[in-house]
Design a protein around this ligand. Structure first.
Ligand code: ZN
Length: 250
């Protein structure tokens, strides 16, 4: 008798972490969706989180701003929220391919979160320098940050100290590149050089990397610091190496 009584609390201790690791109810629905529907990424996310678990709270999505920014209401208070660890192209970019991908990113984001109750998870930082909440966002069986990278609609970008899922994002991005989807596909903005009057690839006088002009890093080079090349060879002979994000040819 005594031993049975003792087993109960032990059982409870064993079961509670399992329940916490459980995904939202959506995982049952996935089974009956058409074959074209994408599989939930929550198991991957939970594996990446490991023993540290998570601390998620609910929020209402009130607006989708672009591929990586939304507005949410938490207990009646409105906040701008920026997805952690990812960067989608800018919708106001001057380059057509970039704008197209930016629109697809915003559409995908909208499809996942618009008008929904989502769960949000903080990493280390509360907000970025613009005062936007920095969060991982979960909706309908997906971590949205991860899904955008997986579909090639956003790049994985590491902003320490908020790097809890960065290795997951990197591996999802490698998969997106390998299957040439979104940014990495034939109509994506890293697929082909877009010659401008100045050249095909651009570097900064302050670094040794060269880029496709559409690379997010290329777009941060001040006009005065731009240095243009008409081939990878020319860049190489000038002492430049290819950017590891946009990967222009050598
Ligand atoms: Zn680049």
């Amino acid at each position: 008798m005594t031993s049975r009584v003792w087993k109960l609390p032990i059982l409870a201790v064993a079961i509670v972490p399992l329940m916490l690791a459980c995904v939202p109810a959506a995982s049952n629905i996935i089974e009956v969706q058409p074959a074209t529907a994408q599989k939930s990424n929550i198991d991957e996310v939970n594996n990446a989180a490991g023993a540290s678990g998570s601390n998620r709270i609910e929020a209402e999505v009130t607006k989708v701003i672009d591929g990586d920014t939304i507005e949410v209401s938490i207990k009646g208070v409105q906040y701008k929220l920026r997805y952690i660890g990812v960067d989608a192209p800018e919708p106001d970019s001057i380059d057509t391919n970039t704008r197209n991908i930016a629109m697809k990113a915003a559409d995908k984001n909208s499809e996942l979160v618009r008008d929904r109750t989502v769960e949000i998870e903080k990493d280390v930082s509360e907000t970025d320098r613009y005062g936007r909440l920095l969060r991982y966002v979960y909706a309908g069986g997906f971590m949205v940050n991860a899904e955008l990278v997986k579909c090639g609609y956003a790049q994985a970008v590491s902003y320490p100290p908020d790097i809890k899922y960065q290795s997951l994002f990197s591996s999802l991005q490698a998969g997106a590149k390998a299957s040439k989807v979104g940014l990495w596909g034939s109509s994506g903005y890293y697929s082909a050089p877009m010659p401008t009057e100045k050249g095909i690839y651009v570097g900064s006088k302050k670094s040794n990397k060269y880029h496709y002009p559409s690379c997010i890093w290329a777009q941060q080079i001040a006009a005065d610091n731009e240095i243009w090349f008409s081939s990878g060879e020319e860049a190489k002979s000038g002492g430049y190496i290819p950017c590891k994000v946009c990967r222009p040819p050598q």
